[in-house]
Design a protein around this ligand. Structure first.
Ligand code: AMP
Length: 421
């Protein structure tokens, strides 16, 4: 019978990889906590409406990429394509904002988008998200960007490029939109079908188009940055000043428009030249109207998402560096020795010492071979002869030295040796 394989674009994270994943998660938890962020865990499945309302009906994500299904109860549900909407839903649903509108929250977990699978692009992928709610101060923008860069550097990433932009606010968007529509109408013939449709539904989203024919037209498009109002400009200038205070180098890239409708003012992406076309490791921005659009009070917010798989693919660390090998392997031959080994092995485990043994009763040589394969630090050799002579041999697999232990005091001696290193 053929085996059943995983769904296209869905990937297993294998035992040899999880050490690395945990290391990154732990670093994120430590650093984000230092910045005053607290972890929140939100469901993977939400009402479809939540994403339609937040991300926007006419974005690529909502139009083409969501895993949506009609539940048996007759309600449309969606596997979350991103985390911000869920975090804000929880922030409102549990009145976190009523106790204190300023909330620093983070969450780590899988996201689902039905994109074309390719290198660095999956249908289930993972993100580390941070959201800072309740502050419209440019220092909040700076703080969150600083935390992001500090984290990426702390896990070992080098050659990072920070690009920032301002997407303005509802005050300054209309003039820009008008100018953009003007250009697009002139060039309508050259646009792909999707972009022609976007022209009437959501012109800003032409910037997400990956078609070459549209790329050349988009390159001539007006820049939102040239249209922003004095409030947005002042905000942007102050963010830039603060970033300089932290000696964070950045480039202003007016092309960063992000693929979601809810962004306003500051947006940013972190890229590296090693990733090629899919080069953003992280992206984020301010979303000052989102809380209100999700039915809450007028509370501003800013956040980012780091792509876990892309981050992992760039790290200069090896799987092996994160695999915990056994501290002790017990090679036991004969009924009596196996019985003793079984008790000792599991006793040591309950004491927090990584211990392994072999239940198959293979030859001592085969068991020693297995100890080597598992890269055990020490091996305890316990044969029937050793039991009769009331002794055991403890071999240091690194140094190749061996020590004879008395059965009566063996356990304490082993614990001492393993704890010491
Ligand atoms: P976004 O939510 O689209 O701003 O994405 C934030 C980050 O998540 C990106 O910079 C990527 O690193 C990562 N990401 C987004 N989509 C995918 C995907 N399909 N596969 C892997 N990583 C992704």
């Amino acid at each position: 019978m053929e085996i059943i394989t995983a769904i296209k674009g869905f990937k297993d994270i294998l035992p040899q990889e999880t050490g690395k994943w945990r290391y990154i998660e732990e670093m994120a938890r430590k650093i984000f906590t230092d910045f005053g962020f607290r972890e929140i865990r939100v469901p993977i499945l939400e009402k479809t409406e939540l994403f339609q309302r937040s991300i926007g009906e006419t974005t690529d994500i909502v139009e083409k990429e969501m895993y949506t299904f009609l539940d048996r109860g007759g309600e449309y549900l969606t596997l979350r394509p991103e985390a911000t909407a869920s975090v804000i839903r929880a922030y409102l649903e549990h009145s976190i904002h009523a106790a204190d509108p300023v909330a620093r929250l983070f969450t780590i977990g899988p996201m689902f988008r039905r994109e074309r699978p390719q290198k660095g692009r999956y249908r289930q992928f993972h993100q580390i998200n941070a959201e800072l709610l309740g502050l419209d101060d440019p220092r909040a923008d700076t703080e969150i960007i600083l935390m992001l860069i500090h984290f990426l550097k702390s896990v070992g990433l080098a050659d990072l490029r920070l690009e920032i932009n301002s997407l303005g606010c509802p005050e300054c968007r209309p003039a820009f939109k008008e100018s953009l529509i003007g250009l697009l109408q002139d060039k309508e013939e050259g646009l792909c079908g999707d972009c022609r449709r976007r022209l009437t539904t959501n012109p800003l989203r032409v910037f997400d188009c990956k078609m070459e024919q549209c790329g050349t037209i988009i390159a001539q498009a007006p820049k939102l940055l040239d249209f922003i109002c004095s409030t947005c400009r002042d905000h942007f200038e102050r963010v830039k000043e603060f970033l300089k205070d932290f000696e964070l180098s950045f480039e202003v890239n007016a092309g960063i428009v992000r693929g979601l409708d809810y962004y306003s003012k500051t947006t940013f992406e972190v890229t590296t030249e090693f990733l090629g076309a899919q080069n953003a490791i992280a992206g984020g921005g301010r979303y000052d109207r989102l809380v209100k659009e999700l039915g809450g009070p007028d509370i501003p917010g800013i956040g980012f998402a780091i792509g876990f798989e892309r981050l992992i693919s760039l790290l200069p660390i090896k799987d092996e560096d994160f695999i915990l090998t056994p501290q002790l392997f017990i090679a036991a031959l004969g009924t009596e020795a196996q019985k003793k080994a079984f008790v000792l092995c599991n006793r040591l485990r309950t004491m927090g010492l990584r211990t392994e043994m072999d239940y198959t009763g293979k030859s001592l040589k085969a068991q020693m071979k297995r100890a080597g394969k598992l890269k055990s630090r020490y091996t305890l050799i316990l044969g029937d002869r050793e039991i009769v002579e009331k002794k055991a041999e403890l071999r240091d697999m690194q140094k190749g030295t061996q020590e004879t232990l008395s059965l009566d005091t063996m356990e304490e001696a082993i614990i001492k040796t393993l704890r010491e290193g």
